[in-house]
Design a protein around this ligand. Sequence first.
Ligand SMILES: Cc1cc2nc3c(=O)[nH]c(=O)nc-3n(C[C@H](O)[C@H](O)[C@H](O)COP(=O)(O)O)c2cc1C
Length: 318
Amino acid sequence: MSQVLVISGHPNLDASNTNKVILNQLTEHLSDVEVRRLDRLYPNYQIDVEAEQAALVKADVIVLQFPFYWYSIPALLKKWIDDVFSYNFAYGAKGDKLKGKELILSFTIGAPEEAYTPLGYNHFSIEDLLKPLQQTAYLTGMNYVKPIYSHSMVYIEGVYNKLEEVEARARVHADRLQAMIQDLVQSPEKRIGKFVSQWFAQFDQLPDSTDSFTRYLSSDIQWSVPEGTFSGHDGFRDWYAIVKRTFKPDCRHQIEQIEVREEGSHYTVELKIRLLADTYLESALQGESIDLLVNEVWQVDLDDTAITIKNYRVEPVN
Ligand SMILES: Cc1cc2nc3c(=O)[nH]c(=O)nc-3n(C[C@H](O)[C@H](O)[C@H](O)COP(=O)(O)O)c2cc1C
């Protein structure tokens, strides 16, 4: 099960009418969720960058939960991003720690929907106003999931809305957020996508033992690669021995495209993979550095707990 991290950016959650309801409902109904209340942790805005980065690294799904303030995020959450998304963590040559994680912006908005239209008093759409956060996700390699937000969430006694109305809207918001998280965590596409990333991360290391691969291969796997067609676990081991003699460890498999399709009882996974590797002098590739783009097609079985590859085909892109 994936780890869900919720960053609460409300500067005073005790005084909240809606964010508080959303967070309570989420923690009640989801397992494996960590909520970090920035207002409690950092009342003086001095962020513990190491602790925050450690929490982010563990997470697969990151939710930023906040009230919309001045068309953006509250200052406390902005400070958190400024401090925590640092060079070589979130961006820069080694800044890949957030890559592949799902980012959900979940927030409450005071004004009604019609205010955020060209003729309304806020003129711009919410999506327009979110662009800097969307680009932050792109730059850091996170998947920018469709944001979840709710309007008319401000409550000022006798002036704006009724308390029970905004609380009811907050509960509906929490239901939507919860459904989205569950979908992200449990959908076959996501499970397979995560598995593919882990699979290639293993391959990059080229470990001596083949166990971490064969445990995911059906016993009658058909393994078709430019070196030939290999069958079963023994066949895979024969092929892997060729690979080990050719490529040096710490190579890189970049997943450039991935498409997952349900086909009857199994899933077809189509991939475009770029392999960047150094080779051994005594191998057929004679010490050449490789930059190779290949198409891969996998057939995969999925049950509640396990993923099994039944068929694996690799072809160079011409
Ligand atoms: C400092 C501040 C700035 C705000 N800016 C906006 C805004 O730009 N647009 C808007 O629609 N509502 C704005 N609001 C209203 C809040 O979005 C609303 O009160 C909040 O979402 C309710 O969440 P809570 O009940 O958890 O406090 C602002 C409120 C405050 C206190």
